[in-house]
Write a protein that binds this ligand. Sequence first.
Ligand code: PLP
Length: 376
Amino acid sequence: MAKIQMVDLKSQYQKIKQEIDNEIFAVINSSKFINGPVVKEFQDDLANYLNTKHVITCANGTDALQISMMALGLKPGDEVITSDFTFVATVEVIALLGLIPVLVDVDPKTFTIDTEKLEKAITPKTKAIVPVHLFGQAANISTIQKIAKKHSLFIIEDNAQAIGADYITESKKQKLGTLGDIGCTSFFPSKNLGCFGDGGAIFTSNDELADKIKSIVNHGMRVRYYHDHIGVNSRLDSLQAAILKIKLKYLDEYNNARQTAAAYYDTSFKDCEKLIIPSRNKQSSHVFHQYTLKTQNVNRNNLIEYLKSKDIPAMIYYPVPLHQQKAYTKYNFNNSDFPVTNKLSKIVVSLPIHTELKKEEQDYIIENVIKGLDKC
Ligand SMILES: *Cc1c(COP(=O)(O)O)cnc(C)c1O
């Protein structure tokens, strides 16, 4: 058995090597490295896949969030509400733009923003909500939409971890990332749709916003050397677009493979008293960017050390909630406002999950998780 990895990008590449290599060399031969035709082709393919009007690619997921906030015209001092239990990118760009990050605790089951606490956090200065579809499933988006409407707030979905997941209501299915004013994603290699470097994209069905976003990503210019907005330089290069264009065709297959692996873990751990398997939000499918267990009465470090001794990687997403991060102390977050994230950061553990995970590897992981729990 090969060494188990959190994510196995090498085996994934081997399966589509010929197709990918051909596209890469086509770009190199064309020497259209920036804004080559394949960038537009990929944007159109992704817009089709998501069933949204506009996809604008950019350099990474963090830029996607920043550019969205710029496009919405948020001004220094405006408050933006987001989740306390996520990757730092969101709060970072809020702070960089001089906006005020307002962090909200999460739901203990889905790990996504607690909508009751969210509504309480709204003030006259609040301008936008950034729900994060964490680990592969939706935040409670229907309630968030109602709250946003009631208080006239923008919604920017952080969909870096849930591309391809569906939002499901009685009447229809829609892709996550297309439910707010703007959706953002990342093509970081380990994401569900990853490229071979950095990349990101912004989605919207609003023509005016799309026009502004297209200009902001390119130094705020619509016409060359005429700058209408203060912009940035944030591009997905043609090589990455070519790779993503191929990989997009396999995205559903990839997400299915993750779901199959997650279901197998679920069956194996559901009767284990010391573990709580990931719960599913009824409003959406789950594309398992991460498979994250909650431990109960377990010495988590011992478990992780034991797994490491068996050559099994396990990760903690996230070990420190954002409100406790040193860089953000100036916002004076109140630790007692975050009982759930404080607890989750101490009890969660994520197991290897990826598109190439084999049953025999999972059997080995499962066997050793159970053995390891005995020792904790
Ligand atoms: C990965 C990620 C980002 C940032 O994406 P980059 O491409 O690394 O900049 C933002 N938000 C969440 C939730 C992420 O997981």
